[in-house]
Design a binder for this molecule. Sequence first.
Ligand code: GLV
Ligand code: MN
Ligand code: MN
Length: 408
Amino acid sequence: MANAERMEAQLKALSLISEQGEEGTTRLSYTPEYRKGADYIKKLMEEAGLTVREDAAGLVWGLLPGTDPDAPKLISGSHLDTVRCSGFYDGQAGIICALEAARMIKESGKPLKGDFEVVAIPMEEGARFPNLTGSKLAAGVLKEADLDLVKDTEGTTLREAMLSYGLTGKLDGVDRSKEKVKAFIELHMEQGTLLEDEGIDLGVVDGIFGCYWKTITVRGEVSHPSTPMAKRKDAGLAACRIVSDLSEHVAKNYVGKATVTCGKMDFHPGEINAIPSRAVFSVDFRSGDKKNFDELDAYLAEKIAQVEKDYRVKVEQEVFSNTPPTPNTPAIMNALTTGAKNLGLKSAVLPSGAGHDTMIFAKIWPTGMIFIPSHEGYTHSPREYTDPRNLANGADLIAEAIRILDAQ
Ligand code: GLV
Ligand code: MN
Ligand code: MN
């Protein structure tokens, strides 16, 4: 069975590999902290007896070879990057549990037919580069030419960031879309409270909500606070109007169907005594139904037209990232449900409200996701927590489901 204490200790060690001075863990992709985190994962993989490879995009793969080179591969893992001031389970628990599963399979002395690989993925969070960029590279969704087009929040291209991280700036061997893979399984915190509230050990995820992200720029005119209210072109006020009306609209008309969040807003020149000439803010829509994104886009366009007129500003929109809602594969869900039953654990089928690399791998491979309970649902927060017993249950289920799928 999985060793809960070992996994918790590994996650705590990872939590310290962080930018300093902020609350919680901050490990953005391709930074010196990310390098230290990746090196730590490599060390754990080596200690577990896996063959370690870092690919040209910085994904770290740990291989446990199977007995039949023609059998399809099985893969499990998650992301190693964090948002700023994060907890240390989001993403990271999926890597550590997959690693524990690989260790258990190896130590059982009963090898699999197919290769089993554990993966640690960068750039899932969107805290630096658009979300899901690491899995998009591995799935061949992003190509070599995109390395000069995809930029981080500071305008650094993906290629520049890769070079400064010590990679080649090329993508040789990164695209795995042509390989025969039976399942990609990702374990993650639930990031909600259904499992904890209902006393359920594990969740089997049927579908993942889409994430639709935009960057909106409002342009007005800078001037002194003595300017009469009616004469202003206040980009800041116009931005606040858009966010506030959009949020109210979603809160009123999309209960249980969609959410909207503005997590970032900057004013230029950003002085206490200057009316902002420019406001730039983010919009994050989530929904299980793409139709809601289309409707909300239409509402946003109408709102922008109205605000341009009322506040005498100009507004530009740019899509930062757009991933539609994604179902998981029924055969993998069945293996997870059967696996939980074999282990004597209570499971339930539920959707994921958060985005995951699984959404991208679902384009090329059969996929499944395991949720473990999130204490009080905290996530993207240093208060994120799960009992070590849940980590052990999750690792046991990865190993059990991998065995079931390998035998099919
Ligand atoms: C990933 O954490 C997301 O933003 O859903
Ligand atoms: Mn996250
Ligand atoms: Mn995550």
